[in-house]
Write a new protein. Structure first.
Length: 181
């Protein structure tokens, strides 16, 4: 006698998932070494990503808990990475301000920054994006490749090509040194 194959049960509605898991996800995020003020922000990122991917969710178990907690873990790591980048930039800026109280030095640095922003703005979109993902968001070349739908090596090449192009577009006084090598 052949066993009848039962089709899998449809996943619960996203509203039900949100109501059930929001307290658990925020509790999980509070246990991470993030800034406690940012828990709600990270939780909103988690559920935004989950909502966008819910159509592709496959209900292998009765509950999407593992799926949501994986999204939460990744969102928390992304948030920590961005905070670390921001803190390093702020420390660097603070050190620069302490080192240089001379108004002429400050004016020269502002001109260099303006020139650098102008040069980067002239780059094609993918080159600007590779610089942004690497320098501002601190992503690895593998992550950049995933975002840009290319290999890790292609992402490295694009990033370094972007740096060279930005340097060529800058005046000799505006130097572009990568924050992350």
């Amino acid at each position: 006698m052949a066993a009848a194959f039962a089709p899998p049960a449809p996943p619960p509605s996203f509203t039900e998932v949100y109501r059930e898991f929001l307290p658990r996800i925020t509790g999980f995020l509070r246990s991470k070494p993030n800034d406690a003020c940012d828990v709600d922000d990270v939780a909103s990122v988690v559920f935004t990503r989950a909502f966008q991917a819910y159509a592709r969710y496959e209900a292998r178990n009765d509950s999407p808990a593992a799926w949501l907690f994986k999204i939460a873990r990744n969102a928390a790591l992304d948030h920590c990475r961005r905070n670390q980048q921001r803190q390093r930039a702020e420390q660097h800026t603070y050190r620069d301000r302490q080192d240089s109280a001379d108004p002429i030095d400050l004016a020269e640095r502002r001109l260099e920054c303006r020139e650098l922003r102008r040069a980067v703005a002239q780059l094609p979109y993918r080159e600007r994006l590779s610089l942004t993902l690497r320098l501002e968001e601190g992503l690895s070349f593998r992550e950049i490749g995933a975002r840009l739908a290319c290999s890790e090596d292609a992402a490295k090449m694009l990033y370094h090509r972007s740096l060279r192009a930005a340097r060529r577009l800058c005046t000799p006084t505006a130097l572009l040194e990568p924050a992350i090598a």
